[in-house]
Design a protein around this ligand. Sequence first.
Ligand SMILES: *[C@@H]1O[C@H](CO)[C@@H](O)[C@H](O)[C@H]1NC(C)=O
Ligand SMILES: *[C@@H]1O[C@H](CO)[C@@H](O)[C@H](O)[C@H]1NC(C)=O
Ligand SMILES: *[C@@H]1O[C@H](CO)[C@@H](O)[C@H](O)[C@H]1NC(C)=O
Ligand SMILES: *[C@@H]1O[C@H](CO)[C@@H](O)[C@H](O)[C@H]1NC(C)=O
Ligand SMILES: *[C@@H]1O[C@H](CO)[C@@H](O)[C@H](O)[C@H]1NC(C)=O
Ligand SMILES: *[C@@H]1O[C@H](CO)[C@@H](O)[C@H](O)[C@H]1NC(C)=O
Length: 765
Amino acid sequence: MLKLTVLLLVFGCAAAQIYNVCIPRSNPDLCRTLNRDGQAACLEVESRIDCAIKLARGEADFGVFNEEETLLLGQQQPNDNRVVATVRDVARTEPVAFEAVAVVPNSHTNGLAGLSGYNYCHPGLDQQDLRWSPRVLKAFENAAAALTQCSSDQPVPAGATLEEWEVERLQQFFPKGCRPGPWSYNATIDADLKRRFPNLCSLCDGSNTGNCNGYNLTTLSVSVAGVNNNNRHIQALECLRVNNNNTVAYAAWAHVREFFQFRNPDVATSYAALCPDGSTVTLTMELLRSPTAPCAFVRQPWSTIVAAQSKAAEIQGSLRSWWPEGGNPGSGGWQGTLFNGIVGGANARVFFEDTLPSPLNYTSAIRPIPSIDATSTCQPARRWCTVSSAEHTKCTWVRTAAYSLGIQPTIACLQRAHTFQCLDDIKEGRADFIASSSNYGYLARDHYNLSPVKLVQNARSDATRIAAFVRESSAQNNISRFENLREARACFPEFGGIAYVSFVRVAHERGVIAQSGCDYTRVVGEFFSGACAPGATDATHSLSNSNFNASKLCEVCKPASGIVVNDPNPFTCSWDYTNMYFGSNGSISCLANNDADIAFVRLAQVKGAQLTAMGLQESQFRALCRNNTLAATTGVNVDDGCLLSLVVDAEVVTRRNDELRNALSVLLETLDQFFGYNAETQSQHINLAIFSPFDDVKDLLFKDSAIGFTEPSSWNSNEIARNSVELFQHLESCNSAPGTLAGAHGLFSFGTMVLLGLLARFVIY
Ligand SMILES: *[C@@H]1O[C@H](CO)[C@@H](O)[C@H](O)[C@H]1NC(C)=O
Ligand SMILES: *[C@@H]1O[C@H](CO)[C@@H](O)[C@H](O)[C@H]1NC(C)=O
Ligand SMILES: *[C@@H]1O[C@H](CO)[C@@H](O)[C@H](O)[C@H]1NC(C)=O
Ligand SMILES: *[C@@H]1O[C@H](CO)[C@@H](O)[C@H](O)[C@H]1NC(C)=O
Ligand SMILES: *[C@@H]1O[C@H](CO)[C@@H](O)[C@H](O)[C@H]1NC(C)=O
Ligand SMILES: *[C@@H]1O[C@H](CO)[C@@H](O)[C@H](O)[C@H]1NC(C)=O
């Protein structure tokens, strides 16, 4: 009896088997339909890469991956999942999505080396047709002109970008050509390269003075059925035809067929496909009728449906029953909805892969990609420092994805215990960059001698806002200006942090600390009678050129309740929550507990619920504004004009004057282009989002609030970016020649006092 029940249960479960299919967010209609009556249930994922990770863990059952994503899975998860089907076009059932071929005059001899001195006709680095990645776009020229082979006597010159070096060598090999589109994702660098190497644009039109926006060939004015004259591959082939001998065109086989079958059948046999091994194959009509090329520089696998390994066979069986013809069954049922939702429209066809290959087995048979670790590059990898294993995993996917797409220089990922270890490793040349909180902006510059290569942009609402608060009772009584704070007690979230240095700047501006006071440990320590600035005595936080005993800046700190201390008068200066007054919430509670007269905080961390959680009320506090007046009302909703600082939330830092700064800068712009918000999800080569949660973990590599990069320049048109630059410029420009440190003995000179008095009278009001 029991056995029968178990059997029934098992059978019951099998009949009701529901598979979790990955659906990228924002497709609620599809999910409603599926969840109502389908045998597939929506598993919403942040990105298709998240889907791959969930498949490998068995949390998801199947999902669809485009061509480049399938290649990436082959490298990053070579054996984890199984390809159950490929997704093709009803009119294009050949085994590969495209083949990239080189076409030369039939008279060509001497293989790839024989191309030296030829004209070069390229469809363009900006061309979207067939979704060619940079690796595909450059595969032929890299093979022909040996651009990826660097020798020690000919490395990329210091300070140059790889693009520059690439174009220079390319023009040595192909003296003339048309290679449209951006040669760098940085518009300034691109324009500079186009100006310096104009010959690689000279065949873009008949007049030999082409700009590089595309082709403008008058000979293509007549249209022919079956050929799209606006297609860049067709244009590159026409460039080959009109320039006749000593010209090579790089194009997709499908377009080569159109061009020679329909547009120029009479001359087809005067041309040949040039194979990677140097042999040539004449373009006969018979050859041109074949959907597969005789040889190719790149052959691209199709998009795939990938399933978790343990269920792959079972899922393939189900898919076969849902979509028996490989297309939309068209019955109006959920099977059709699912097909349309994940596979495609009326022209899409699913081809089941009987052998259920792993992603690596499927892709490497078509397009082997050398392992990233076995590939030598012309520029050393830029080493990204990470601080957790989740972050490291995201970095590794970004690294492999970028490599797979052909983005250069390559990335390496190094995991360290915390940000300061990263900053130190970057300083010492053991790592190259990290997106670091602007909270550590000054420490990064001063203690670690780094500087920003990019600022990380946020929405205005996510910027860092620093404000100073006093208790409302003091505001009504004895503290209404920064001058009143001399010999008072202060709480800072962290020593050397953004709130701390924001105070230093305001104190300089208001003249309560002399302009020449450049030892920022001493000036704060001597201005206040005591403070809590967590980290002040820690070597990770020490500021340069200070001989001030920083333990004065810890006198107000207290161990958090629950932290057992035996000492009746415990001293703590730790920069974590074992210190009760660490962080902005700690700083405000320090003020509320009457342990200090002023607290400096980052606003986002003391608002609303956080304040309530600490049992505090907004009416207890009033902001002291940067212009030295009290805010008109109490509370932590402070207007931007009152803030001590309004700056970006993070910045990517690297060593000052590093030879590869430019290369890193361009790399970041390129990553933004492919994996940031600049990438349209529909046309994105690999659906990986650097500014979004990864595998359900927030704030990895960048805060999720990041939206892009901007320049660390005082000319930046963005006010918040400019504020950041100005704050750190102010702090760094302090004249800190030894011996002139203000208040070397804690006193202003008499002259300074008089001057400050005058300033206070005439300037500050
Ligand atoms: C482009 O590169 C130039 C030169 O390296 C740099 O000054 C500029 O800030 C970059 N522009 C952008 C938008 O990144
Ligand atoms: C992948 O290919 C290897 C070598 O040909 C073979 O041993 C292995 O069984 C294949 N794996 C799958 C899942 O197809
Ligand atoms: C302000 O007045 C209070 C109460 O009289 C006193 O405890 C505190 O030390 C004063 N603070 C300053 C900065 O003068
Ligand atoms: C700094 O001051 C503290 C407290 O006054 C004292 O215990 C400590 O020894 C001093 N440190 C140095 C390096 O002088
Ligand atoms: C501040 O927030 C942290 C983490 O959210 C918490 O651990 C800590 O106890 C808080 N501090 C205070 C003083 O409330
Ligand atoms: C100081 O700044 C506050 C906040 O922006 C503003 O309301 C106030 O008018 C300013 N006061 C003076 C004197 O400029």
